[in-house]
Design a protein. Structure first.
Length: 364
């Protein structure tokens, strides 16, 4: 059932992968005039004819009111833009958004659960540097695409601009999807990054026992938690839907790409061959090395994340990886001063990002 939307906004989802397509379906159900933009016109034409994304979201009928176009159409009519792209494509896309007609003060929503090369920046931060933080939001939470369009999900809409976060939350609530509002996009995004890395680590260690797998995941979350505090995030963001909730969904999923990738690493499969074996891209294989680099640059002690990066690169034998997981004892100094570092980082970011405010809902 499509509910009328009093704010009458036009939303554009850039990227027709499984998650981008699912989000576009939900936005259309929520009453937004929604366009899903594909990479090529040929892909758009096929989806218009079949009303299905057979490659990435098979079996899901696309609503008739959902427009499907290629990215060549541009963004001049968009009032909300959702980026359903891999994190590795964020930098190039940011440069192109305004060239495609993106209007000033239109909010942009990052949806990838990865980091941006080469230094492991968060997608929302890359966007904030270009547009200012008050135009930027991020989506997190346990949301398997196929299940989301059929049975719902538990999303988190996060933005430093509470008005933007509220707008996105209301859109998803109208589509029948549980959606939490947050003003901590950094914490929400790091929750998604941590869950992907933790699922990969657990998969790589599971054959050595569930205790080892749990320790691997726990170490990853602890190291990311420290990093989150240094960036000014609220550590509780990693405890809720965007972090632990998302991790549980991934750990229990029978076809979890990240966990399966970890299992294949443990079997000795080179990381370059794993996406072919899995049948899709595995974002954690790219994210973990970037995460290890970001933690190192921030001065965070992260032996397990660093070891997992070396395992992916083939520079650390599985036995040594398992031994590292079993013997690492977190430093008690890790938690000292986190509140002070978090407060300092929030002040620093408030001074660094001074972008234009988005137009309030209903004023576009």
């Amino acid at each position: 059932m499509v509910l009328p939307n009093p704010i009458a906004r036009r939303a554009v989802v850039v990227g027709a992968g499984s998650f981008g397509t699912a989000i576009a379906v939900l936005l259309a159900r929520g009453g937004l005039r929604t366009t899903l933009q594909t990479r090529t016109e040929a892909q758009a034409e096929e989806m218009r004819e079949t009303r299905e994304n057979a490659r990435y979201l098979p079996g899901v009928e696309l609503p008739q009111e959902l427009r499907i176009e290629s990215v060549e159409t541009g963004l001049s009519r968009a009032e909300l833009v959702f980026l359903g792209l891999p994190s590795s494509a964020v930098t190039a896309t940011v440069r192109e958004l305004e060239e495609r007609g993106l209007r000033k003060r239109v909010p942009v929503v990052a949806m990838s659960k990865g980091l941006v090369p080469p230094d492991g920046q968060l997608p929302s931060r890359v966007l904030a540097q270009q547009f200012g933080p008050l135009r930027v939001a991020a989506i997190g939470g346990p949301a398997h695409a196929q299940e989301m369009v059929a049975d719902g999900a538990a999303l988190v809409a996060a933005s430093e601009n509470a008005q933007v976060a509220d707008l996105i939350q209301q859109v998803f609530l109208r589509a029948g999807v549980v959606c939490e509002k947050s003003i901590d996009p950094v914490g929400v995004e790091l929750g998604g990054v941590a869950k992907n890395a933790a699922a990969l680590a657990a998969g790589a260690t599971e054959a050595q026992g569930l205790n080892a797998a749990g320790a691997a995941a726990g170490h990853i979350f602890a190291e990311v938690w420290d990093y989150a505090a240094r960036l000014g995030a609220r550590p509780q963001s990693l405890l809720g839907l965007a972090g632990i909730g998302d991790l549980v969904a991934t750990a229990l999923a029978p076809h979890s790409r990240n966990r399966r990738a970890g299992e294949l690493l443990a079997e000795g499969v080179p990381s370059a061959e794993i996406p072919v074996r899995v049948g899709q891209a595995v974002e954690a294989l790219e994210t973990v090395p970037l995460l290890a680099r970001a933690l190192s640059l921030a001065g965070v002690q992260a032996p397990v994340t660093s070891g997992l990066s070396q395992l992916i690169a083939g520079d650390l034998p599985l036995q040594d990886w398992t031994e590292l997981v079993r013997t690492t004892v977190p430093s008690p100094n890790r938690w000292r001063g986190q509140s002070r570092r978090a407060a300092t980082a929030r002040v620093r970011d408030a001074l660094r990002f001074k972008g234009p405010n988005p137009i309030p809902p209903g004023d576009i």
